[in-house]
Design a protein around this ligand. Structure first.
Ligand code: NAD
Ligand code: ZN
Length: 370
C-alpha cells in the first residue's frame, strides 16, 4: 500500500490518468497544462456542487471558469440536455478555444464528453471523476454518449479526454451504495485480468468500505483498475475484439438493470450479471470449476446483490438480451471467464453467442435457488 498523497499516473494513448489524494486542489495548473484554452467551463451536477463545489471553485479560480450545474441523475443524460448544454456554451461566448471540465460521476462525464466531442466539431475536455465507477470505468477509454428512448448510450462518440484527474478524497461523500456499485466494476477487473488483484481487493474490502475510507487503499484500487482498463482499451480502442472482455457480467446485467426499471444501480445489476455469467461459463464447460464460486464470494463480501429481483423472469431477461447493442444476428454475445483472472475465447474474438435455451435453463435454476 502506497502513500495516498503521492500522485501516480497511468498513460493511455493520447492522455494521462492521474490518481492521488489532494489532486483536486491542483486542478487549475493540471487543466491549463493538458488542455490550454481561452475559456474553461466546468460542467457538474448539483450533488457534486454541494459536496465539492467550494473546494473545486477555489482550486479553479485561476482559470476564471463559469460553472454549468445540472440536476443529478441518469435522466439528464439526454439529447435534450446535450442540445441545451451546447446552447449554454454558445451563450457564454465559447468558441473553438474552449476546454470543458467534467466534474462528477459517469453521467456528467458521458454528457460533458459528448458535448466536447461535438461542440465546434470537438473541443478538449478534462475528466474529473468523483464516483468510484467513473474513476475506474467511465472516465477511461474515450467513450461518450447520451441515452435515447430506445436505450442507454445509443448516441455518442469516441472522444479522448485531454486528461483524467482522479482524487480519491472526493469519494468521501459518495453514498455507500454508489461505492459498492463501483466496486462491482473493480471486482470485474480482477476477474477478467488479474487474480492477485482480486485477492487484494477482497482483502481490502473492509478498509475500502469503512466510513471515511482509507485513501491509500482506494488510490491503489483506482490505479490498478485504471491500468487494467487502459491495457484492454489500448489493445482495442474501438471495440472490435479484446475490449469485449470488459463486458463480462453486462449482457445479463444490462437486461436485469433494464427490467428492474433501473431500480438497481448499474453496478448492482452487473454484480448479478457476473454471478450468472460465471455460472453460465461453468455450465458450458468454458470456465474451470470454482470460477463462479470465486466470483460470488468476492461480490458477497462487497455486499453486492445475489438474486435477480422478484418479478423479473427468465424469459424476459433472455428476450431483453436480444436488444443488447452488442447482439449479433439476434443472438446475444457473452464475454465469459475461463478462470478467475483470465477470460475465455481469444480465438473467437472474445465473444461467445450462447444458445438461448442454455441461458434460460441457467436463469430458471438460479431463480429456483439452485
Ligand atoms: N463512458 C464509459 O465508458 C462508461 C463506462 C461505464 C459507465 N458509464 C456511464 O456512467 C454512468 C454512471 O456513472 P455513475 O455511477 O458515476 O453515476 P452518476 O454520475 O449518476 O453518479 C451517481 C450519484 O452520485 C452523485 N455523486 C457523484 N459524485 C459524488 C460525490 N463525490 N459525493 C457525493 N455524491 C456524488 C451523483 O450526483 C449521482 O447522484 C452511466 O450513465 C453509464 O452509462 C460510462
Ligand atoms: Zn459497467
Amino acid at each position: 500500500v502506497s502513500d495516498a498523497g503521492t500522485p501516480r499516473v497511468v498513460r493511455l494513448p493520447g492522455y494521462d490518468v492521474r490518481v492521488g489524494a489532494g489532486l483536486l486542489a491542483r486542478l487549475a495548473p493540471l487543466v491549463a497544462e493538458a488542455a490550454p484554452a481561452h475559456r474553461t467551463v466546468v460542467v457538474t451536477d448539483a450533488n457534486v456542487e454541494r459536496h465539492l463545489g467550494e473546494a473545486a471553485r477555489a482550486a479553479l479560480r485561476p482559470l476564471d471558469a463559469p460553472w454549468i450545474v445540472l440536476p443529478p441523475g441518469e435522466g439528464e443524460k439526454t439529447r435534450e440536455r446535450w442540445a441545451w448544454l451546447t446552447d449554454e456554451l454558445l451563450a457564454l461566448g465559447c468558441g473553438r478555444d474552449t476546454t470543458i471540465v467534467a466534474l462528477g460521476g459517469g453521467v456528467i462525464g458521458d454528457l460533458a464528453g459528448f458535448t466536447a466531442a461535438t461542440f465546434m466539431r470537438g473541443v478538449p475536455y478534462v475528466q474529473v471523476p468523483t464516483t468510484l465507477l467513473a474513476m475506474v470505468d467511465a472516465s477511461v477509454g474515450g467513450k461518450t454518449a447520451v441515452d435515447v428512448p430506445a436505450g442507454k448510450n445509443l448516441v455518442g462518440a469516441f472522444h479522448r479526454p485531454a486528461l483524467v484527474v482522479a482524487d480519491p478524497a472526493t469519494l468521501r461523500t459518495l453514498p455507500r451504495a454508489e461505492l459498492r456499485a463501483g466496486l462491482a466494476e473493480v471486482i470485474k477487473h480482477g476477474v477478467i485480468a488479474d487474480a492477485d488483484y482480486l485477492r487484494n481487493v477482497v482483502a481490502a474490502l473492509p478498509t475500502l468500505l469503512a466510513p471515511g475510507g482509507d485513501l491509500a487503499a482506494v488510490a491503489d484500487v483506482v490505479l490498478r483498475s485504471v491500468e487494467i482498463k487502459a491495457d484492454v482499451v489500448a489493445s482495442d480502442e474501438r471495440e472490435g475484439g479484446r475490449r469485449k472482455i470488459l463486458n463480462f457480467g453486462h449482457t445479463l446485467g444490462h437486461a436485469v438493470e433494464r427490467l428492474s426499471g433501473y431500480a438497481l444501480l448499474h453496478g448492482e445489476a452487473v454484480a448479478i450479471g457476473m454471478r450468472l455469467e460465471a455460472r453460465l461459463a461453468e455450465r458450458l464447460g468454458v470456465a474451470e470449476p470454482g470460477t463462479a464460486g470465486g466470483v460470488s464470494d468476492a461480490l458477497d463480501r462487497a455486499g453486492l446483490p445475489a438474486r435477480v429481483p422478484s418479478g423479473v423472469d427468465a424469459d424476459a431477461i433472455v428476450a431483453a438480451t436480444r436488444g443488447d447493442k452488442k447482439a449479433r444476428a439476434g443472438l446475444a454475445e457473452y464475454a465469459l471467464p475461463a478462470a478467475v483472472g483470465r477470460m475465455a475465447g481469444a480465438e473467437r474474438g472474445w465473444g461467445l453467442a450462447v444458445p438461448e435455451p442454455e441461458v434460460l435453463a441457467l436463469l430458471r435454476e438460479a431463480a429456483a435457488g439452485r
